[in-house]
Design a protein around this ligand. Structure first.
Ligand code: PLP
Length: 397
């Protein structure tokens, strides 16, 4: 299939030096030039295939960025030292003092904290809306608004963003739509649906090994060049560059992403169905009772399923904790934040990854104290996993 992200990715593979099947790792901070004028040309962006300094570009980071840009069809990408580095650099590059952002009320807690508590230092403010309510998005736009910000599938409530409609609203108002696609690589392509930038925490599914923290900004070549402009670029000047040794590891893991996403989705869909039949209050975009199930079907790449995340509401924090302890002790997975790992991870969102969000706002968005977010792993025998979870559930007091 020509328009498949995994096919596009495969086409970026090239033999390295000495015909090594993986690209070489360039662990140099600086690069030599043949002359003073050659260095000046590079500083002025006039040299092809020349590297100046690794905070700007590094050949190993470029190889990973090229693969990501092919996967996302964005033309360009730049890899960062964390997902938060990608999000904060993109926002700071676009916004000036006095600007305003319309953001989904439900986002990763760190993103919420940055928008709410940190950006006001620079006189940039944000309004938080229910991103599934397009009228609320339109109503929140001010003359100073520069950005609509959302996550393809929001963390942790798993609302599906209507990216094509949000892109239309952004275009009508001269705004940029930024989408954090951390939960759904391969499944959703925000750029093809009309977003200007696709942001990733590569710490999660893209790397899939939980052995490092990393991020990516995928967008037009023009925007990426602005980010690394030596005099005004946020990434060049704040320096959130990814270490090339880590980039090399992530690059190799990227080529199994399509297989992993299929298995994560398969296992999550299986468990969501079983949990629903058991009578649990389960949220999964693949279930027909999910409020945006039909929208999800319209915007997703069906090859890769509905994703690896689901939530259940156990009613109270105590019951949520009791179940998590039983699941950890019986080998279902780990009580841990983060997601996209090959082993199942679960956490109580309101007290962990969304703890930065004040209680009143958690209530307003519908984030309950008993909510457990699961990132379903790559279990071969998911039926056996369900049997274990079912026994754990039966033991809950
Ligand atoms: N975006 C989402 C949706 C996340 O869940 C997270 C982390 O949990 C981040 C961004 C931040 O990524 P990182 O921890 O790599 O900085």
């Amino acid at each position: 299939m020509l328009n498949d992200p995994a096919d596009r990715l495969q086409k970026t593979l090239i033999l390295g030096h000495f015909k090594g099947v993986n690209p070489p790792i360039t662990d140099s901070a600086t690069y030599a030039f043949d002359s003073g004028p050659a260095m000046t040309d590079c500083f002025e962006g006039k040299s092809e295939n020349a590297f100046l300094y690794s905070r700007h570009w590094n050949p190993t980071n470029l190889a990973l960025s090229t693969a990501l840009a092919a996967m996302e069809n964005t033309g360009s990408a730049w890899v960062t030292s964390s997902g938060m580095a990608a999000i904060t650099s993109a926002l700071l590059q676009i916004c000036n003092s006095g600007d305003h952002i319309v953001s989904s009320m439900t986002t990763y807690g760190g993103t919420y904290a940055f928008l709410k508590n940190y950006l006001p230092k620079f006189n940039i403010d944000a309004s938080f809306v229910d991103i599934t309510d397009l009228d609320a998005v339109r109503a929140a736009i001010k003359p100073t608004t520069k950005i609509i910000y959302t996550e393809s599938i929001t963390n942790p409530l798993l609302q599906v963003s209507d990216i094509p409609s949000l892109a239309e609203i952004a275009n009508q108002n001269g705004l940029k739509l930024l989408v954090d696609n951390t939960f759904t690589p391969m499944i959703i392509n925000p750029f093809e649906l009309g977003a200007q930038l696709t942001l990733y925490s590569m710490t999660k599914f893209i790397n899939g090994k939980n052995d490092c923290v990393a991020g990516a900004i995928c967008g037009s070549e023009e925007f990426i060049n602005e980010l690394i402009d030596v005099t005004t670029g946020t990434c060049m000047l704040l320096g959130p560059v990814l270490d090339p040794i880590r980039a090399a590891g992530i690059h190799k893991n990227l080529f199994t992403l399509h297989i992993r996403m299929k298995q994560h989705s398969h296992n999550a869909a299986f468990l969501a169905k079983k949990m629903f039949e058991y009578g649990l209050d389960v949220t999964y975009p693949g279930l027909s009772n999910h409020p945006q199930h039909e929208l999800m079907k319209k915007i997703m790449n069906p090859e890769y399923g509905f994703g690896g995340l689901l939530t259940i509401d156990m009613g109270t924090e105590e019951k949520a904790s009791e179940l998590m302890v039983k699941m950890q002790n019986s080998g279902v997975g780990y009580i841990a934040v983060s997601l996209g790992y090959f082993k199942t991870l679960f956490s109580n969102s309101s007290t962990s990854t969304s703890s930065e969000v004040p209680g009143e706002l958690q209530d307003k968005m519908g984030l309950t104290k008993g909510l457990i977010r699961f990132s379903i792993g790559l279990d071969q025998d998911i039926e056996a996993t369900w049997n274990t979870i079912q026994s754990n559930l039966r033991e809950i007091s």
